[in-house]
Ligand binder design. Structure first.
Ligand SMILES: Cc1ncc(COP(=O)(O)O)c(C=O)c1O
Length: 191
């Protein structure tokens, strides 16, 4: 079986990221003492015991979880819960509502869906530097959108002064023929 022409092109564009070879051979004191200790992923091992205790004590699957549930955008219960959580922590000017939330199977899928839905091929997304490396593939690979990096040169990436940097990058991108379709804000500590 051969790959489609577009998969062939994308496979050439992405190459082989070292992280996926490393992750298959991780150090474990008894079963894999010669494996790698990876510092290349944003996993917080210090929280595992607390998170597992919380998850085991507080979650219980119902039979509805084994069905198509409330449709493809996430259960009503999860969306209501995310609505409360995000409104509380992001303190938006207007409260977030359940219908604003769509749940996906992971962060990469969410970003790719968004890029596909918001940008026409050839349009770009602004993203502050430094950023998580796979943003580029998630935003561009299957959508033919562009990533337009925004350097801050020491300015707080979430401060007021950053607005001028975003504007500068937007205008420059438009001069280069790439219309900006959206701005992706990511926590600067990731990772
Ligand atoms: C921006 C971003 N995209 C993707 C991922 C990968 O996660 P997932 O397996 O949910 O796609 C992460 C993980 O931390 C992330 O921070």
């Amino acid at each position: 079986m051969s790959l489609s022409a577009r998969a062939e092109t994308n496979a050439k564009r992405t190459g082989t990221a070292l992280i996926w070879q490393i992750i298959q051979n991780l150090w474990e004191p008894t079963t894999n003492p010669l494996g790698y200790i990876s510092l290349g992923v944003a996993e917080n091992l210090l929280m595992h015991d607390d998170l597992l205790a919380h998850i085991h004590a507080n979650t219980k699957a119902t039979s509805q979880a084994l069905t198509y549930g409330d449709g493809t955008g996430g259960s009503k219960r999860l969306r209501a819960s995310m609505t409360r959580f995000l409104t509380k922590h992001l303190r938006p000017v207007e409260p977030i509502q359940s219908q604003h939330i769509t749940v996906t199977n992971g962060c990469s899928s969410a970003i790719e869906h968004m890029s596909w839905a918001i940008a026409n091929p050839g349009e770009g997304f602004l993203l502050g530097q430094p950023y998580y490396g796979t943003f580029k593939d998630d935003i561009t690979l299957r959508t033919d959108a562009h990533l337009v990096p925004v350097p801050f040169h020491g300015i707080d990436p979430l401060g007021r002064e950053a607005v001028a940097k975003y504007e500068e990058a937007l205008l420059k991108s438009q001069e280069n023929g790439v219309k900006i379709a959206g701005l992706l804000l990511c926590h600067p500590h990731n990772p």
